[in-house]
Design a protein around this ligand. Structure first.
Ligand SMILES: Cc1cc2nc3c(=O)[nH]c(=O)nc-3n(C[C@H](O)[C@H](O)[C@H](O)COP(=O)(O)OP(=O)(O)OC[C@H]3O[C@@H](n4cnc5c(N)ncnc54)[C@H](O)[C@@H]3O)c2cc1C
Length: 362
């Protein structure tokens, strides 16, 4: 397949970018810009590349442009479709192992919840892009596809969807960016982001272009808030699951995402709170009971990890990309960061490298 990402510039050293934030967007931008010949310096208050403050680490990594239409618009879905193509290309170029799959995803519902499920299926069909509608699966077809699923009576397949191992990808993006010459300033908070300038505690740093990708840390420049999400990692040897599964439930949004090493990630709560404390008893009961109702064999799984983090969201819960001379801000990736980040980065960089900005960058 032809590559989707163009790299390298001939001639003089490229422009210098300063990036505030080394989460999902910061790492991807750094890797992307360095591949296009930019010099890149990244600032983040985290202690180092493995410190897990960013929401990017916590995410389950569902790449669901169609299912996410429940709480997003068709622009997000289109960014997701483009990003699925880009991830394939990106993962192939990153160092180390990054589990990325496009085996589709399943929507399932218990018999009693068919009414609530139908409402969502109708909504997805009405908003469908690329004619990608959920395909109903007969019980025998579901059994053949996912023998571990027993509880739900109804199932639909979204063939085009995918998943990415977020922990592996966060590590590989940092490593790949480092290999491309990116400089990291760990333990350094950026107080303010102005055109061509990052203001830190030790003073001002000047760049040809700066990027504000601080997620929840971008206040007060942006009206961003954090939306708490909690997840669990279950170790479930002998429980085969080939693709992400979402339970369509009248009260909860619950999904199960398989990962290598017999792991299943179960998520996620969505709570209007910036509380980062450990997962609550209520969320534990709700998420794990729901997961068990879909895959009863999970009863003997071991809970090996749980985690809470904040999704950065703008007031309309939609992503925002603002660019003016010398400054680009990207934020509000909310529930869809992994789904849409590559396409947003592609758009942002293409906008900056257009002819009207060349003078500023030379
Ligand atoms: C439980 C949960 C499940 C999720 N599941 C999915 C999923 O399945 N699919 C999906 O697509 N998305 C998912 N997401 C959403 C996704 O993780 C986010 O949308 C994405 O991480 C946002 O990326 P970001 O780079 O904007 O923010 P982050 O990844 O949070 O990174 C922000 C970075 O900015 C840094 N920072 C903060 N303040 C400053 C400062 N003053 N100076 C410098 N740096 C600063 C932080 O330390 C951090 O490293 C999930 C999120 C959560 C919490």
């Amino acid at each position: 397949m032809a590559s989707l990402i163009t790299e390298g510039r001939a001639g003089a050293p490229g422009p210098h970018a300063g990036i505030a934030g080394a989460g999902l967007l910061g790492r991807l931008l750094a890797w992307w810009l360095a591949g296009r010949g930019w010099r890149v310096t990244v600032f983040d208050p985290a202690a180092g590349p493995q410190a897990r403050g960013a929401a990017g680490w916590t995410a389950a990594g569902m790449l669901s442009p169609y299912a996410e239409l429940e709480c997003a618009d068709t622009r997000v879905a289109a960014l997701g479709v483009r990003s699925l193509q880009l991830w394939q290309d990106i993962v192939a170029r990153l160092p180390g192992e990054v589990d990325f799959r496009r085996s589709g995803s399943l929507l399932v519902a218990h018999a009693a919840d068919l009414g609530a499920a139908r409402r969502l299926i109708d909504l997805l069909q009405a908003k469908a892009i690329d004619e990608a509608c959920p395909q109903p699966l007969a019980p025998a077809a579901l059994r053949a596809l996912e023998p571990a699923i027993h509880g739900p009576a109804h199932a639909w397949l979204l063939e085009q969807e995918g998943q990415i191992h977020t922990v592996q990808a966060m590590q590989a993006l940092a490593e790949g960016a480092t290999q491309r010459g990116v400089s990291w300033c760990w333990g350094r908070s950026v107080r303010s982001v102005l055109p061509g300038r990052l203001v830190c505690d030790d003073g001002e740093h000047r760049y040809d272009w700066v990027f504000d990708v601080r997620g929840v840390g971008a206040r007060p420049e942006l009206p961003v808030r954090g939306v708490r999400g909690e997840i669990f990692w279950l170790h479930a040897p002998g429980v085969p699951l080939g693709r992400p599964v979402r339970l369509l439930h009248p009260r909860w949004r619950v999904y199960l995402v398989p990962r290598p090493g017999d792991l299943v990630v179960v998520g996620a709560s969505e709570i209007e709170s910036e509380d980062r404390s450990p997962v609550s008893l209520r969320s534990t009961l709700a998420l794990l009971s729901a997961a068990h109702s879909v895959v009863p064999e999970l009863a003997e799984a071991r809970i090996v990890h749980s985690e809470a983090n904040l999704r950065p969201a703008l007031p309309d819960n939609l992503p925002g990309l603002q660019s003016s001379a010398g400054l680009t801000r990207i934020n509000g990736l909310f529930r869809h960061g992994w789904l849409i980040a590559p396409a947003l980065v592609e758009q942002a960089v293409a906008g900056i490298e257009q002819p009207q900005h060349q003078e500023l960058l030379s």
